[in-house]
Design a binder for this molecule. Sequence first.
Ligand SMILES: [Zn+2]
Length: 167
Amino acid sequence: MDIVYYGDPVLRQVAEPINEIDDEVRALADGMVRALTLKKGVGLAAPQVGVSRRLIVVDLEAEDYFEIVVNPEILKTSDEMVEGNEGCLSIPGSEAEVMRHETIWVRGTTLDNETFEFEAADWLARVFQHEIDHLNGKLFIDHIDEAKRLQVLKEFERVKREEKAEV
Ligand SMILES: [Zn+2]
């Protein structure tokens, strides 16, 4: 599965909820896990592989956390905000400091159709906010100021040119 880049309209769509966990959803999850591992990323949302459905994969080795989450939603957020470095597989090239809620409460469903709720803090909370943003057509560059955004997009254009040159 190829990663879809910034500029593709699928990244700006609000993704559809998954009503049934069938073979198609399981195959999508498999493909996403493979793509994420290949790119050594920490999180991936289905729109990033061109599928506008509410499914994310989070693989945060540093916190020993791996989960495929169907229909993830943020139930509650802490008032406290923290700044941290973020990048995106759909906008490769550079990273930027992004403000996120320090702690969030998440509800989601596993591929075995079990619904769970949990509290995530720090990095894990950041990754979940980033990936759930993707399901709502939002990108990390929407959270940063104009000057920084232009810088990120300039680096992204450079990466795209280099990738084209390699082909
Ligand atoms: Zn992203």
